[in-house]
Design a protein around this ligand. Structure first.
Ligand code: IVH
Length: 679
């Protein structure tokens, strides 16, 4: 074709792309569309037609290229240039006042502080990297240090500009924000899933996370995800950027990034509390979920002076809305059987919406708890859901107990397999005695075995395990390793390709590590930390299997309860047989160097007991453990009065609280490094 045609096509294409970007910006960022949806679609179709006629003119940042490509086998991982931290929480006004006081004290200021107050969006955190104004990478938060590269998926969001607008952006710009699903989109999407007979998402946040983490970006493209930018990441140190957070958000908006229009600059703590109440009043009308508001010191230089404590900035705090409660009826109480046979009472409720989520099943944890709360079938109960915490029954409304209310009895036989349910004297947990002949226990054991932190068999989820167990194809984990692709392909919702992927994932799991394998076995009381200590102490499986209780108790952190469970597990012929078959099927691991603690006597940390919690910036748990042990220290999984140090990283939880309660020194990543560096 003549060059002049090509030049004309190029010119029209350029014009269309500019127009579409402009209308995307009006719609998604300014929330002020200038043309109708039909006119917008017409522009897009014209561009698609031209690009189809001139394939050489297609560019990666063309608006037509958001639809997503072929599925990727797995997400790559991304190490964040700066860790993605979390925020401390405040629930009471007093905690916000204390925050404001701390900020003023640390900054040495008597006057009022200027803050930026923002809704706390209840979605999932992402980081977008722009180089020379072009989107080059998108990642999830992951554990804060490393996330998943979901670039192709993020590109499908029309509100994510593939190119920045305007001028003045730094050559490298990392933007952080929250991806969410608007309520309308969530409802429509669940309606579609229901029509297709698929499983529904429990709430918009889960739906957003599930949609963004699709291996097939074309699926993400069909989900109406949105996002708001709320901060700068790496590159934010640049002197050319505005000096306040609020102005920086305005700059982001100018570059075409959507920023929540409800953000406000406010002065002083009273104004913060006022903002909190105003947003609370508007919350129900918003088209997205917020679980609180966030206050950030506006002045960037002040932020830098305040700095961070282990997991969160000192210059910001999240002020959460209280847990939401609702009233409903207990229609029935059923019993679930878990991996270890624990029989758990579950209240079946008349479906009720609590904080935007429909709740119809609530675990009552154990029979004692059920008795303590005195929950009876027919009762009216108060159900609470606190943020992202699983819903719970708070109490029975006794005044409304009907005459026909029925007490719940612990079943004498397992509802899944009919074996006798036993509840040893003094224990709260009742257990099915059917062990692996019980399909419910088998299913849970398989799910645990395949889990990411265990054997990490990608794609082996609940539905598939149900199909495999119900079809009698798999009785124990060793059976997984002999499954032919054809058998898998014949299962519901499976095809040749997913079957081949699963076989490949199972195959990959053969090469594992001893700690993962031990954890995957699902020995009661043996969690990840204990599995690691056992592996380091014994080096391989045989010596561990041969160990008696006394030998096991020589391992730091293993007491009489754990050692008894381990001995009982390996004494069980069925378990030994499954292990032998797994090894015969090729499951293997490298021998573990026997714990340095046993060798490094006389090191600088000799005799010191550490507990690690949360994610340590730039250091895996294994590495931190090795560092401690090589200096003669030991690492345990739970905090007690004998613990010398708790090393708390990002997202540290109850262990940190316990350490504080027991007055045990807490080290953040920096202090821990300093300790390691000490002679
Ligand atoms: S700022 C260093 N601003 O809340 C400060 N976070 O616990 C980083 N979130 O997972 C966070 N809305 O994804 C910030 N306006 C907002 C937010 C927000 C929601 C999420 C964020 C993070 C969590 C912090």
């Amino acid at each position: 074709m003549p060059d002049s045609d090509r030049a004309a096509a190029q010119a029209e294409i350029d014009g269309l792309r500019a127009a579409i970007r402009h209308h995307d910006h009006c719609y998604y960022v300014l929330d002020a569309p200038e043309i109708s949806d039909a006119d917008y679609d017409a522009l897009m179709r014209r561009l698609q037609a031209l690009e189809a006629a001139w394939p050489a003119l297609v560019t990666a940042d063309s608006p037509t290229q958001r639809v997503g490509g072929a599925p990727s086998p797995a997400f790559g991982s991304v190490t964040h240039r700066q860790p993605m931290l979390s925020l401390d929480n405040a629930f009471e006004d007093g905690e916000v006042m204390a925050f404001d006081r701390r900020v003023r004290e640390r900054l040495g200021l008597d006057g009022t502080i200027v803050y930026c107050a923002e809704p706390k969006l209840d979605g999932l955190a992402v980081s977008l990297l722009y180089e020379d104004g072009r989107l080059v990478r998108g990642a999830t938060r992951g554990d804060g240090t490393t996330g998943e590269a979901v670039t192709a998926n993020l590109r499908t969001l029309p509100s994510v500009p593939l190119r920045l607008q305007g001028t003045g952006w730094p050559q490298e710009l990392e933007v952080r924000g929250e991806v969410y699903l608007p309520h309308a989109g969530f409802a429509a999407m669940n309606a579609r899933l229901q029509a297709a007979g698929e499983r529904l998402f429990a709430n918009p946040r889960n739906a957003a996370a599930g949609s963004l983490r699709q291996l097939d970006a074309r699926v993400t493209a069909r989900r109406p995800l949105r996002w708001f930018a709320y901060a700068l990441g790496a590159g934010g140190e640049s002197a050319d950027l505005p000096a306040t957070h609020f102005e920086r958000l305005a700059a982001l908006r100018g570059w075409g990034l959507p920023v929540c229009p409800l953000n406000e600059r406010v002065v002083g703590v009273e104004a913060l509390l006022d903002y909190y109440r105003r947003m609370q009043a508007r919350r129900a009308q918003l088209d997205y979920d917020i679980d609180g508001v966030v206050y950030k010191v506006d002045d960037i230089a002040a932020q830098q002076r305040l700095g961070f404590v282990s997991r969160a900035p000192r210059w910001a705090i999240a002020h959460k809305y209280p847990a939401e409660e609702a009233r409903t009826q207990v229609v029935d109480v059923g019993f679930n059987v878990g991996r270890t046979g624990a029989v758990t009472p579950v209240a079946k409720l008349a479906p009720v919406s609590v904080g935007g989520v429909t709740v119809s099943n609530v675990s009552l944890h154990n029979f004692d708890e059920l008795r303590r709360k005195d929950v009876r079938i027919g009762d009216t109960v108060i159900v609470r859901r606190a943020g992202d915490v699983i819903p719970e029954v708070v109490r029975v409304v006794i005044e409304q107990r009907p005459a026909y209310a029925r007490e719940v009895v612990l079943p004498s036989h397992c509802p899944a397999c009919g074996a006798v349910v036993v509840r040893p004297e003094g224990e709260v947990i009742a257990r099915c005695s059917g062990q692996l002949s019980c399909p419910a226990q088998r299913r849970e054991a398989l799910l645990h075995f395949a889990a990411r932190r265990a054997m990490d068999i990608d794609g082996l989820g609940e539905k598939l395990i149900d199909a495999l167990v119900d079809g009698g194809l798999v009785h124990d984990p060793a059976d997984l390793y002999g499954l032919p692709a054809e058998t898998l392909a014949a299962l519901p919702r499976m095809g040749a390709r997913s079957a081949a992927n699963l076989v490949a994932a199972i195959d990959r799991s053969r090469a594992t590590t001893l700690p993962r394998f031990l954890y995957a076995l699902g020995i009661p009381e043996v969690g990840e930390a204990t599995a690691r200590t056992l592996a380091q102490h014994f080096g391989d499986l045989e010596p561990l299997m041969a160990a008696d209780e006394a030998a096991l108790q020589a391992v730091s952190d293993v007491g009489p309860v754990v050692s008894a469970q381990i001995v009982a597990f390996f004494a069980e012929p069925h378990n030994r047989e499954v292990i032998a078959r797994l090894r015969a099927a090729g499951v293997h691991w490298p021998r573990v160097a026997v714990a340095a603690a046993d060798q490094a006597s006389g090191g600088p940390l000799q005799g010191k007991r550490f507990v690690l919690t949360g994610t340590l910036e730039g250091l895996t748990r294994e590495a931190a453990t090795a560092e401690i042990q090589s200096r003669g220290g030991t690492v345990s999984s739970s905090v007690s009065a004998r613990t010398d140090y708790v090393v708390a990283g990002d997202e540290a939880g109850s262990k940190l609280e316990k350490a504080r309660a027991l007055n045990i020194p807490v080290l953040d990543a920096a202090a821990f490094r300093a300790l390691l560096a000490a002679p």
